[in-house]
Design a protein around this ligand. Structure first.
Ligand SMILES: Nc1ncnc2c1ncn2[C@@H]1O[C@H](COP(=O)(O)OP(=O)(O)OP(=O)(O)O)[C@@H](O)[C@H]1O
Ligand SMILES: [Mg+2]
Length: 268
């Protein structure tokens, strides 16, 4: 068995990618899967969300530079990164096989883990391409903004490119509207536009906007523990992902988990 490997990406910053990786790592972990989160963003904060030791070493940068084995860079549920990852990305740019470096590096871990979630940077550059070449599925996260459609289309082009060139097995798992305030007409209109354009590739789950995410990130507490009524959005997304991955076994466990963590009165 090889780990289900999912890259979470977007064409721009601040669309909730890192929060999605953090929350899905938590949810699928609670379902009994051995999940690894890979922090592939030099600027990002996934490692903080997991409360990883900022001095943890080796990191993804060392792995991509060939200075450490990926297995040695696993610290708890995450392969962390820091600013040194941008140096590694630059160094990678001049090398043969630069697009397949992450795939090669994670090969062994893929055999031992059940699921790997890769948190991409907010650009469609070499790190994102590495994530897409390594993954078998991609999830696009998008905010309800005026240029959402264009951003999703650009990200999709990169997914297509990775599939057509180096990773024929890559599948787009879906597009998720994230950080959305569905009380605004604008967000509802964005969702409608995205649904018209992308049809059943849109996830039905919308991750609602809530200050609870920033608060829980600051405290390095999973959203399901901090505000289960909000975290239920990620339970619902995990359900759709499980269905698209054809894993009915996960759906059963997810029902039990929902009943356990989301108080009946708080469901919304
Ligand atoms: N559903 C949500 N509602 C409100 N705020 C959210 C939600 N999800 C994430 N956030 C907050 O929005 C900010 C950006 O989220 P996050 O870091 O997950 O985005 P990102 O796409 O990874 O950003 P970057 O592209 O910079 O890496 C953070 O402060 C986070 O706590
Ligand atoms: Mg991020």
């Amino acid at each position: 068995m090889s780990a289900v490997t999912i890259a979470v990406l977007s064409q721009k910053g601040g669309t909730g990618k890192t929060t999605m990786v953090r929350s899905l790592t938590d949810v699928f972990g609670r379902l009994g899967l051995d999940v690894l989160a890979v922090h592939a963003d030099p600027q990002g904060n996934l490692s903080d969300y997991f409360d990883a030791d900022p001095e943890a070493s080796p990191t993804l940068g060392d792995v991509l530079q060939g200075q450490a084995r990926a297995a040695d860079a696993v610290h708890g549920p995450v392969i962390p990164a820091n600013l040194a990852l941008s140096e590694a990305e630059l160094a990678l740019a001049g090398k043969i096989g630069r697009e397949v470096t992450l795939r090669r590096a994670l090969m062994d871990l893929k055999r031992s883990k059940d699921m790997i979630l890769i948190d991409c940077p907010p650009t469609l550059g070499l790190l994102t391409v590495n994530a897409l070449v390594c993954a078998d599925h991609a999830i696009l996260s998008t905010e309800a903004q005026y240029f959402s459609l264009q951003g999703v289309e650009q990200a999709m082009e990169v997914v297509d490119l990775a599939r057509d060139s180096l990773n024929p097995d890559l599948e787009l798992l879906g597009v998720c509207l994230n950080i959305a305030n569905m009380r605004t007409r604008h967000a509802r209109h964005t969702l409608q536009t995205l649904e018209e354009r992308f049809g059943d590739r849109m996830f039905h789950t919308v991750i609602r906007q809530s200050i609870a995410y920033a608060e829980s990130a600051e405290r390095a507490i999973p959203i399901l523990d901090y505000r289960p009524d909000r975290g239920s959005d990620y339970l619902s997304l995990a359900g759709e992902i499980s269905r698209r991955l054809e894993r009915p076994d996960l759906l059963e466990r997810l029902d039990d988990l929902s009943a356990e963590v989301v108080p009946a009165g708080a469901r919304s």
